[in-house]
Structure formats: C-alpha cells, structure tokens
Design a protein around this ligand. Sequence first.
Ligand SMILES: Cc1cc2nc3c(=O)[nH]c(=O)nc-3n(C[C@H](O)[C@H](O)[C@H](O)COP(=O)(O)OP(=O)(O)OC[C@H]3O[C@@H](n4cnc5c(N)ncnc54)[C@H](O)[C@@H]3O)c2cc1C
Length: 470
Amino acid sequence: MKHIVIIGGGITGLATAYYLQRATRGSLKVTLIESSQRLGGKIATAREGGFIVEGGPDSFLARKTATLDLCRALGLGDQLQPARSGKHSTFVWSGRRLHALPMGVGPMLKSELISWPGKLRMGAEMVIPARRASGDESVGSFMRRRFGNEMLTKLAGPLMGGIYAADPERLSLESTFPFLPAMEKKYGSVLRGWMKQRGRSGKGERSMFMTLRGGLLQLTEALATAIGPEAILRGARVAAVLPYRGRYEVILESGTSIDADDVVFATPAHVTAGLVAYIDAELAERLRAIRYVSTATVSLGFREQDLPRAEGLNGFGFVVPRTENRRINACTWSSTKFEGRAPTGHVLLRVFVGGAGAEAFAERPDEAMVALAREEVDAATGIGAEPVLARVYRWEKGNPQYEVGHRARVAEIESLAAAHRGLYLAGAAFHGAGIPDCIENAQAVVRQLAGKHGMYRQPAAGSAVAAGAH
Ligand SMILES: Cc1cc2nc3c(=O)[nH]c(=O)nc-3n(C[C@H](O)[C@H](O)[C@H](O)COP(=O)(O)OP(=O)(O)OC[C@H]3O[C@@H](n4cnc5c(N)ncnc54)[C@H](O)[C@@H]3O)c2cc1C
C-alpha cells in the first residue's frame, strides 16, 4: 500500500490528512507527524477559570468559506459563533487617545484622527489617475500613492500591516489585498469602486469573522478525532527527508526512519528548508528566503468592577500606528468581540506584541512582557488594576512575511518542488496565511495527490475536493 507522510500537525497538515483519508477511502496509508505532543500548531486555545484564551488565531474570515465548510463537515456547525456586530467599534490609539475608526464619509469628516489636509488628500483618491505600470508594489506604496501619507500611517499601516505583523513598506499588495489594485484598474479609483460595489451588495450586515464557541481548538481536536490516533505520530520531530530509490526516507530526531511514497511538508518554510536540504539545496535556499518575524500575544483577564469607564472599552479593541512609538501593536477586547470568552463579571483583553521592526519586544521574558502589556493597556485605557489572569504565547519566527514579489517567489519554489516526484509543499508561507487559506491549500495538495494515485473525480461545484471527500 502506498504511504503518504504529512509533516506538521498545524491546521494545514491536519486538513491535508483529513481530506486525503476521505479522498482515498483507506486505499492509501496516511501518517501525520507532529513534533509537539499538542496538535494545532498556531491554533492554541486554553480554557482557564472560565476564560477562553486564544494564543494564536481567534477567528477566521467567513467570506472564504473553506473553514465554515470544514467545521460543518466535522459536525461543529452548531458551535460556529459570529463576532458580535452592531455598535461596537475598533479604535486607533493616536495622540494619547483612542479614536473610533471612522466608518464612512460622515464619521471620517467628523473624526479628529486625520487632519483636514489628510482628509482632503484621501478624498482626492477619486481623481488620482490609476497606475499604468503592472507588477507588484508594497501596501505602503499603494496606500500613499492613492490616499496620502497620513491615511497610510494612521489607518492602513496599523490595520493592514497588523494582520501580517508586517512592515507595510515591504508587504506585497498583490499577495495580501489583491482586490485593491483590481479596483484601481477596473474603476480608476478604489473609492469609486467601493461605492459601486457597496451599492450592488446592499448594506446587509453580516459578521466578517467567525469562531467556535469553545475556541478554535475545537476544530483541531475534531480533525484529530476524524483522522484517528493510529494515523498520527505526536512528539516526533522530523530531522531530514532523504530521497531513496524513487521514494523518501523520513528521518526522525529519535533516529527512527519511515519510508514514504509521497511527503507533504506542512511546516513553516524555514523548517521545510532544513528538511529538504538533502533533496534540493536550491529549493531549500528559496524556502529560507521567505522571511518570518516573531510575535507574541498577552491575554489579560480583569474584574469588570476594576475597570474605569473609559472611551473605547466597549469596542473591539484598538490598533497602534508605528509612528506613536509604543511597545504594542494592537489590543483586542476579546470578551466584547466574542460572547462567552470571560466568566460573568470579567473581561478578557489580548495584546499583540512584536512583528516587523518590533521583534525584540516579543523576545522578552514572560514577566517583563506581561508588565509591558499592562503598562501600555493602562496608558491607552486607564486600566491599572491587577489582572486575575495573564497568559503569554510566543510565536518565534511564527509569522511569514509576504514581501513584494512574493507570488513570483512562490511560483519559483513550486516549480523547483515539482521537479521532485512525490514532494508537496503546503502551509501559511505560500498562498495565504489565514486559516481558510491554509485549508484551501491543503485541499489543493489533496487534489494533486488523489489525481496522482488515480482517485480524483471532478467534484460537483461547491463541493469538496476529491473523490469521496464527504
Ligand atoms: C498570533 C497569531 C494570530 C493569528 N490570528 C489569525 C486569525 O485571527 N485568523 C486567521 O485566519 N489566521 C490567523 N493567524 C495565522 C494562522 O494562525 C496561521 O497562518 C496558521 O494557523 C498556520 O497553520 P500551518 O498549519 O500552516 O502552520 P503551523 O500552525 O505553524 O503548523 C506547523 C506545525 O509543524 C510542526 N513542526 C515544526 N517543525 C516540525 C518538524 N521538524 N517535525 C514535525 N513537525 C514539525 C509544528 O509543531 C506545528 O504544529 C494568526 C497567527 C498568529 C501567530
């Protein structure tokens, strides 16, 4: 029986194993190898004293339906939970106060976040000619060119760069927000395009973000159960993968080796680089060139009675422009964003530390990082009380940076990988770092594998990826 080994038990590896088993209906042997005893990778939920703490992702985009479909297929449909909507706002911490994010023309005109010259410059976007040149550019370059520098530093930088823990001046526009250059091209202006599209889609409010009631761990636990313990090797770190007579030998750090016909690398690109170095040194080098930055999250639980009545406390949280020279990037009001995250009479906050240009803050010892987060939260909101819960999660070299030219770099990597029969790359480094992107990437790899082993059947529109997948 052919043997397929998947390295890495994050969402990408788990989804690959799950879809592969369903596509091939037991006709292939599938083994998932994870270095840690814990599955899920960046998805890490802790339940403590009535709090539900997310160390990594806390939600996923509903617009990309892959995660919703997977949750439903795993029987988690009734656990899906939208972010609260309504009057809750996001804030920008600028000039020593929190400004509500201006949503729409009226609020923007009234907002004190952007100066009048800055507002006029933003409005001028409607008449600024579209770029003639094709090819990628940075998010920073695009936003400055279209909307001006103030909009970039105070809004686009912290919001768009923040999602990727990236420097907007290096972040690839075509790999992260491709709809923006597309709108510029189609309508000549992002604002004009946005108004046209808004008119068409109506104003119906639908939550952009979804999660699971018990935390995202529910998804990885359900995947692990569906895959089955016999197909999962935990606490086994892969040290190298060697080509051997048209197959592969997967060498574990323990010294054991496992033979495989196909290997799916669902590890971060810098890890994959080390593992494939004996197969293809150039491929390894290209993978290593995908830069990663370190980040951390600090979750803080407070008693409601200890909170001041400050502006912004009933919002979803705030982002911090780099020009403010603070030590944190953002703070999410987790218990406002999602119901049930804190026990009655308590609130839960999550502070984001590190990322491009600020990695040193994410490398501090736990105690220092909690102190830093508390000081910054106090300065922004006036919450000086002792937290009843403080939990640090570190993501050392955990966030891939989609820098300008990323798409072309990935195409080169994939063409090098394609020269090796049975070698597949997947994960957050390539076609999107969000959970739905990782799941879609897993589905694409399963399509290739099922095709190779003669088990691919054209799926009906909107259905799963390969023959037999639910
Ligand atoms: C702080 C933070 C917040 C985020 N927020 C969101 C969000 O709200 N929404 C969203 O959609 N996305 C979010 N993301 C992004 C998303 O969580 C990740 O991109 C995604 O979970 C990555 O999944 P993966 O399976 O590709 O990689 P990983 O989760 O990194 O999994 C890789 C796995 O490989 C294992 N491994 C490593 N080396 C070896 C080895 N040698 N042998 C065997 N196993 C090995 C690791 O232990 C790990 O389990 C966030 C990321 C971070 C860091």
